[in-house]
Design a binder for this molecule. Structure first.
Ligand code: KIV
Length: 271
């Protein structure tokens, strides 16, 4: 934990430098102050207050009921626990439906302590990304399996499997960067597709169920600690508490495995 890269405060320019120097990025979700402290002290670069909080904290069936106020509440708690990690907060379902609405929502999250907001999708969201980025609000895009579209998708499934969907995802990835996104989460896509997107992307990609070829990795905190949330455990989840022996040890083991490229392996990826 002693290199400059691991002790400095993560900023937007530092993310661009990480992409340029192929330094892999370590990201986890958090929802409260105490976990945020442990993540921050054990090598996590990016912390996400995800709308997954609806499913793993509130016990909902999907992320759709989560509100901006709820994300802001958890963001404020997490922000108090961080010194070096960059804090990203999710724009929940339809809080980013129009550029103006997204701006109002993002202001609430940034004033709660977020340093970047994440939104799902491309298409009409490109205008939203452009609008926020033009107002100096850092944006993380999210493509592939976008859980806020679960009703349309008909479930939580791997995306980009056929040629047309893979081509569209590649175009969308370039488009979100062009619109001003600074980071891109790729969820549940085949490893070769995620690797191709990463190679073509000028912004860092963060995979979750997207194989080892991304610039970084994210997992939901509860999944990574092997906590039973009552939801089906996805193939890409690994319980790091087993090998870490403690929560701090699990975070450090995850950070090391992401950095040395040993996580995710083929067993935790989609071919
Ligand atoms: O809400 C969340 O936790 C997320 C991650 C799964 C990337 O969007």
């Amino acid at each position: 934990m002693s290199t400059h890269a691991e002790t400095r405060k993560w900023t937007l320019p530092a993310l661009a430098e990480a992409k340029a120097s192929q330094r892999r990025l370590v990201m986890l979700t958090a929802y409260d102050y105490s976990f945020a402290r442990v993540l921050d002290a054990n090598g996590v670069d990016l912390v996400l207050v995800g709308d997954s909080l609806g499913m793993v904290v509130q016990g909902r069936d999907s992320t759709l009921p989560v509100t901006v106020e709820q994300v802001a509440y958890h963001t404020a708690a997490v922000a108090r626990g961080l010194q070096r990690a960059l804090l990203i907060a999710d724009l929940p379902f339809q809080s980013d439906a129009t550029p103006e609405r997204a701006l109002d929502s993002a202001i609430v999250l940034l004033q709660a302590g977020a340093e970047m907001v994440k939104l799902e999708g491309a298409g009409p969201k490109l205008e939203v990304i452009r609008f926020l980025a033009a107002r100096d609000i850092p944006v993380c895009a999210h493509l592939g399996l976008t859980p806020q579209s679960v009703l349309k998708l008909g479930g939580y499934r791997v995306q980009g499997r056929d040629q047309a969907a893979a081509s569209q995802l590649k175009l969308d990835a370039l488009a979100v960067a062009e619109a001003g996104a600074s980071l891109l989460v790729l969820e549940c896509v085949p490893s070769p597709l995620a690797a191709a997107v990463t190679a073509a992307s000028r912004i860092p990609t963060i995979g979750i169920g997207a194989g080892p070829g991304c610039d970084g990795q994210v997992l939901v905190l509860h999944d990574f600690l092997g906590i039973d949330t009552g939801h089906r455990k996805p193939k890409f989840v690994q319980d790091f508490l087993v090998q870490g022996g403690s929560i701090a040890g699990a975070v450090a083991a995850y950070a090391a495995a992401v950095r040395d490229g040993s996580f995710p392996d083929a067993e935790h990826s989609y071919a």
